[in-house]
Design a protein around this ligand. Structure first.
Ligand SMILES: Nc1ncnc2c1ncn2[C@@H]1O[C@H](COP(=O)(O)OP(=O)(O)OP(=O)(O)O)[C@@H](O)[C@H]1O
Ligand SMILES: [Mg+2]
Length: 510
């Protein structure tokens, strides 16, 4: 029996057709993956099902009866629950308070028992008395899902739930999804990671540029086939890695330590070298010091005085970076593109178009009050072309772009800024597969030009294929620096999870 069916759904924003005549259905007890490139209309379509947008045309059926969904409350009454990319929780409330907020059916004690029963049944681990402000992303996401189930959701929509989770957290989420399926609930999941689609879904529906393309049984799908349906043509999914030519020492990091806000060492005595014309990967589970390390190099976090030294060298001389302002460090040619978990606060201004966002960075170079828009416009055009940013024009407010396209602007801006040291963290988080490969190509191009590249990534296969060396962090320490051509996932995984004991030589390489 069909849990939900869409017939001929269309939705435009001004001249942009986000959804164009889309029809498909999801059975009870079925997991459907919704797949498509950035900006193909996935979130818009799911927002229609959850009552945030009303379609311009088309019909929706729930339990095979026609329905109208005019508000989130209508969706909720029809037992449709959506977990958005940006969570909608109240920070000062506990998990339990967020769950019951606005519901009246039960007393607090009854509600707590019901919620505990849900957690047990589906395998959620959730501290009901914890304040949202004290939770990490995975806990917040668990809370959002428990909340929607408590409120009776039979159809659960998850918009890119895994892009912010660690592999262990993803495994837990998938176990929960399987339990929901066994309980005859329906799940629609959006993800850009094709191995996840193949692992968790029963069916895959593919959208391309707002149009419905196909629905496949997952059993008959593979990565190549899905990519081609998404992109509309044959694509080459290889990451090239050229040999390093003429490497020169760029950064010498010695005994770098960084304390976090609680006074613990987030980076603990890190020493490593970075060369021009190489891509140095950084691997590690989440929050093991990647962010603090990169931010300390950029002068965005304070390196511990006394021990920490960072030398930056070019043909023209060597400079000590510790103690310099971020502005000075940028003027030496160091750039950082960090894509945070919530993807907000990425250093872009939502109301500005691409050109102005590119300019934000450039005019700091001291071009005076009379700014030329030609250069930034060319740079913006380059980003749009190289990364296929879906935008009507370069002045269109970036907040109106789809999640992935906003991110392309951020990453593209740093790459096109002609850096000497380019650091990227989670550059492909939330990007579709084709664009991810375009980013890898761009990084390779930078390497060829002699840029020293640091690539913080989550996908071990990509780290192995793209990087020349991989530095593994574990609890803020450098737990090993590996030759990416010679190591493997097992070795990396082990170094990510177990600190080598008393190994003072862990810093040395090659
Ligand atoms: N509120 C809005 N106003 C104007 N345009 C919008 C709005 N919401 C979405 N769009 C446009 O509709 C198109 C589809 O966007 P949508 O967010 O649905 O894509 P998506 O498939 O979810 O992409 P991603 O994988 O990047 O999240 C995009 O071109 C986007 O710019
Ligand atoms: Mg989206």
């Amino acid at each position: 029996m069909k849990a939900i069916e869409l017939k001929h759904i269309s939705k435009s924003f001004g001249s942009i057709v986000a959804n164009d005549d889309i029809s498909f259905s999801v059975e009870k007890g079925e997991v459907l993956a919704l797949l498509g490139e950035n900006g193909s209309g996935k979130t818009t379509l799911m927002n229609i099902l959850s009552g945030i947008y009303y379609p311009d045309a088309g019909e929706i059926f729930v339990d095979e009866k026609p329905v109208r969904i005019r508000s989130p409350k209508d969706a909720f009454d029809l037992k449709i629950g959506m977990v958005h990319q940006h969570f909608k929780l109240i920070n000062d409330f506990t998990a339990m308070e967020n769950i019951v907020l606005g519901t009246t059916a039960e007393t607090m004690e009854e509600a707590r028992r019901s919620v505990q029963a849900i957690c047990e049944k589906y395998g959620f681990e959730l501290d009901l008395d914890r304040r949202v402000a004290d939770m990490n992303v995975s806990e917040k996401q668990t809370l959002e899902i428990v909340k929607t189930i408590y409120r009776g959701a039979e159809i659960l929509i998850l918009d890119e739930p895994t892009s912010v989770l660690t592999p262990q957290e993803i495994r837990k989420l998938f176990a929960v999804i399987r339990n929901m399926k066994a309980d005859h609930k329906s799940v629609i999941i959006i993800t850009h990671k094709l191995n996840e689609v193949l692992e968790i879904s029963d069916k895959v529906t593919i959208l391309r540029k707002g149009k419905y393309i196909a629905t496949l049984n997952t059993a008959e799908a593979d990565v190549q086939k899905l990519t081609e349906l998404m992109v509309g043509e044959k694509v080459q999914l290889d990451i090239c890695r050229d040999a390093i030519e003429d490497k020169a020492l760029r950064l010498q990091v010695r005994h770098l330590s960084v304390k976090n806000s609680e006074g613990h060492l987030a980076v603990d005595d890190a020493s490593f070298d970075l060369y021009s014309s190489e891509i140095l990967g950084i691997a590690g589970i989440s929050n093991c010091g990647q962010k603090e390390l990169l931010e300390a190099i950029m002068g965005l976090q304070k390196a511990e005085k006394g021990s920490s030294v960072i030398y930056y060298s070019t043909a023209h001389g060597t400079h000590e970076l510790v103690g310099l302002s971020t502005k000075e460090i940028i003027s030496y040619g160091l750039h950082l593109a960090f894509v945070p978990e919530d993807r907000l606060g990425m250093g872009l201004i939502g109301n500005f178009g691409m050109t102005d966002n590119v300019m934000l960075k450039r005019y700091k170079k001291g071009n005076g009050p009379f700014l030329h828009r030609n250069k930034p416009r060319q740079q913006a055009e380059m980003i749009r072309e190289n990364l296929s940013v879906v935008t009507p024009d370069l002045e269109y407010p970036v907040r109106r772009l789809s999640g992935g396209n906003v991110q392309k602007v951020l990453v593209g801006r740093e790459i096109t800024a002609k850096p000497t040291v380019l650091m990227t963290a989670y550059a492909v988080r939330g990007l579709d597969i084709n664009t991810s490969y375009a980013i890898y190509d761009l990084l390779n191009e930078q390497k060829k030009k002699g840029v020293a590249v640091i690539f913080v990534g989550e996908d071990l296969d990509v780290l192995l294929a793209l990087c020349d060396r991989v530095m593994v962090l574990c609890s803020g320490r450098i737990n090993g620096i590996l030759d990416a051509r010679k190591t493997n996932k097992e070795e990396m995984g082990l170094l990510m999870s177990h600190l080598k004991e008393g190994d003072e030589n862990a810093h040395h390489q090659e």
